[in-house]
Design a protein around this ligand. Structure first.
Ligand code: GLV
Length: 315
């Protein structure tokens, strides 16, 4: 049986599956391995089942033993892995698409609701007690009939659009979707056009060189005054300083964020903003979804060693 390093603890059902599929090296304490430790631990292994907390950059990949043939990432996003470095060492990289779309879209909706309806301030007041109801107490933004811009209309973006049907949906995507997939959503060829009609934006696109810092000093100005920006994708898409500045100027009314640059150390500017509704990367955090993701990451390894390829290979 192939020997596989599993860098983070999985839910029991998935660890049981791993035992049946290959010889796993488990991380029983769920310690966050350093890059050096991943290299050491992968000695004698055929593959690595990594998670988004493992930074598999070129330096790390170049030092992996020659026996490593696959890095199966326990996530749909794979910005933590240098795909080219892996490719040049003949290492396949796989991800876990689809199985987490529902759970992540739910958090995407929570971000929209939480940011627009001032949930962070509401929770704080309720916990402190002594709040006084009045006609204008914690007035938020009503969503029905307002415009939702979806940046990246892939599986998660489409689910968010579907749940948010009482809003008017606009989107930007690398390519226009078929009418069946659009479900009446209005396509925008460029982000300037999308942002200018987004009362609320939901960021759902992958982090790539093209999308890095797509929300920046210049592009925040494209939004209507008082827009809300939410991000369920990756922190790298947002230039935090520019967004925090726009919040402080009230150009942007509120943010709903689940992902950050340099997680878990988010820019301290966000904690000072009352209207920031912030979560600790909970997108896929339901038991069923985490099991489905880990099982798919295991199946990807199995398929790869059985067939020499894998349908979820991304490099
Ligand atoms: C979660 O953020 C994932 O990419 O799976």
């Amino acid at each position: 049986m192939k020997k596989i390093l599993i860098t983070r603890k999985l839910i029991k059902e998935s660890e049981d599956k791993a035992v049946k599929t290959f010889t796993p090296i488990f991380n029983t304490n769920d310690e966050l391995y350093s890059q050096k430790k991943v290299i050491e631990m992968s000695n004698g292994c055929d593959g690595i089942l990594s998670s988004l907390t493992d930074k598999m950059d070129k330096q790390t990949i170049d030092k992996l033993p020659d026996t490593i043939k696959i890095i199966s990432n326990f996530a749909v996003g794979f910005g933590n892995i240098d795909l080219e470095a892996a490719k040049s060492r003949g290492i396949a990289v796989t991800n876990t698409p689809e199985v987490l779309s529902d759970a992540t879209a739910e958090i995407g909706i929570l971000l929209i609701l939480g940011a627009c309806r001032r949930a962070a301030e509401g929770i704080q007041s309720a916990q402190e007690g002594g709040w006084k109801w009045s006609a204008d107490y914690l007035i938020g933004k009503q969503l029905t009939g307002t415009r939702l811009g979806v940046l990246g209309m892939g599986r998660i973006g489409q689910k968010i659009a579907k749940i948010a049907r009482s809003m008017i949906i606009h989107y930007h995507n690398r390519s226009k979707l078929s009418e069946e997939k659009e479900q009446g959503a209005v396509y925008h060829k460029d982000i300037k056009s999308l942002f200018s009609v987004s009362d609320v934006l939901s960021i759902c696109c992958p982090a790539t060189k093209e999308t890095e810092n797509m929300i920046n000093k210049e592009t925040v100005e494209y939004f209507p005054k008082g827009a809300v920006i939410t991000n369920v994708a990756r922190g790298d898409i947002v230039d935090d300083e520019a967004l925090i500045d726009a919040l402080n100027r009230r150009k942007i009314y509120a943010v709903g964020l689940d992902v950050y640059k340099n997680e878990p150390n988010l820019n301290p500017g966000y904690s000072k903003i009352k209207s920031a509704f912030i979560l600790p990367h909970l997108g896929s955090a339901t038991k069923d979804t985490r099991i489905a993701m880990a099982n798919l990451a295991i199946d990807n390894i199995d398929e790869f060693f059985k067939t020499g390829n894998c349908k979820n290979k991304v490099n």
